[in-house]
Structure formats: structure tokens, C-alpha cells
Design a protein around this ligand. Structure first.
Ligand code: SF4
Length: 218
């Protein structure tokens, strides 16, 4: 398989906080939207050193056993900042879905673009996705809605599967975060409720932990 490279912040499986079931997460690197209060500032810089062939990402996805893959979540960074790579990733995911047959896994994309743009001018960029959680993060509208960092964000279903899978009763609760450790430190998946990150810093300090840096802006 040939195709463009993609700037990738990380990939992970299983992800259980960004959609229903056990999911594969693909985080794009690079975001030009730059919302105030973003919890993923480390994904803003379009670092060429993070480039990997799309085929490698799809190969990783293919290595996940069928029974352990309920969905794929593409996030970032801002996936639409890399339109060719996004198209190639979604096409590769779609091809895998066709090869596997059976119970289809769903594909959810998080984008900071406005929902109206996702439904209109940008719609072609999401071919192969079942739903897009769309809209920039707006600190003043930070709320508690499922899968949303702020209440201006809106789920845009693109297929029947997307409409079915992303009903509220299938979604993980917002208070759940997933924390993993690697050689570079701790990293967190999920959409924190307002105040959680500040509380985490206070809790770490009270417990005598020294945080050498953090990837969120507030
Ligand atoms: S919330 Fe998303 S769109 Fe907004 S700056 Fe962060 S990564 Fe970019």
C-alpha cells in the first residue's frame, strides 16, 4: 500500500473513553486552530519528526484482533490540517472494515472545525467516517455533555452506523479518564470535566509529586 505520510502524535489500543467499546485511537500531530484552554497543546506543532507512512498506521490497526476492535477514533491535533493524510487513513480504515466483514467497527473523528463546515464544504474530507464530533473548544462553554469538551460542539452523524453507535446510552461517562504511562511520562485520554486538570495538579502537589511539564494550557 502506498500513500502519504501522516504526522502522528500517538496511537493506542484499547481506548475506552472516546466512544463506545474498545477502540483504536489515532491522534494526528499538528493543529492550527489553537483553542484557548486546549488540553492537548503538545499536539499543536506540525512536527515533521512525527511523520509515519499511513500504511504503517493501517498495519498497526490490522494487528488488533477483530474481537477487540469496536471502533476507531481519529483525533488530534486537528485531523483536517492534513487533508491528504486524513483521506488516506480513512480509506485504509474503510478497506480494513470491508476485508473483515462481520460486525462493523465504527469510525469517529474529532475535529475543531465548525459543524456547519463539516456538513458542507469540508464534508468530503470525512469520507469513510461514521460520525464527526465537531467544533472548537470554547472555555466559556465548557460543560458536562458526553464526548464534548464544550457545549458548542456537536455530533455530526454521517452514516446509519454513526447515528446508532453515538446515542448517549452507548457512550462512556465524561468523568472517566484513561491514564497510561510510557518512557516520556504520563498521558491521559478522554475529555476532562471542567476543573479536573487544575485539581490533578493540586492533587499531585499535595501528594509530593513533581510535574516537570504539562500539555494543557490552563
Ligand atoms: S481542542 Fe482540538 S482543535 Fe482546539 S486547539 Fe486543541 S487540538 Fe486543536
Amino acid at each position: 500500500m502506498t500513500g502519504p505520510d501522516v504526522l502522528v502524535s500517538r496511537v493506542h489500543h484499547p481506548v475506552t473513553v472516546l466512544g463506545p467499546g474498545r477502540r483504536a485511537g489515532i491522534w494526528f500531530q499538528g493543529c492550527t486552530i489553537r483553542c484557548a484552554g486546549c488540553v492537548a497543546v503538545d499536539t499543536w506543532r506540525a512536527d515533521p519528526g512525527t511523520a509515519v507512512p499511513v500504511a504503517e498506521v493501517i498495519g498497526w490497526l490490522e494487528s488488533i484482533p477483530e474481537a477487540q476492535l469496536d471502533g476507531v477514533t481519529v483525533s488530534g491535533g486537528e485531523p483536517t490540517d492534513q487533508p491528504d493524510a486524513l483521506a488516506a487513513v480513512l480509506a485504509g480504515v474503510e478497506a480494513l472494515r470491508r476485508r473483515r466483514g462481520g460486525d462493523p467497527f465504527d469510525v469517529l473523528v474529532f475535529s475543531g472545525r465548525e459543524p456547519e463546515w463539516v456538513e458542507g464544504l469540508g464534508r468530503h474530507l470525512f469520507t469513510g467516517a461514521d460520525a464527526v464530533m465537531a467544533g472548537p473548544y470554547v472555555e466559556a462553554l465548557a460543560g458536562t455533555s458526553l464526548l464534548r469538551g464544550s457545549d458548542n460542539q456537536r455530533l455530526v452523524p454521517l452514516t446509519d452506523l454513526g447515528t446508532h453507535r453515538f446515542t448517549d446510552d452507548r457512550l462512556p461517562p465524561r468523568q472517566r479518564l484513561q491514564v497510561e504511562a510510557d518512557d516520556e511520562g504520563l498521558w491521559m485520554m478522554g475529555i476532562p470535566l471542567p476543573g479536573v486538570m487544575a485539581g490533578l495538579v493540586r492533587g499531585a502537589h499535595d501528594a509530593g509529586l513533581v510535574l516537570r511539564g504539562r500539555s494543557w494550557s490552563t
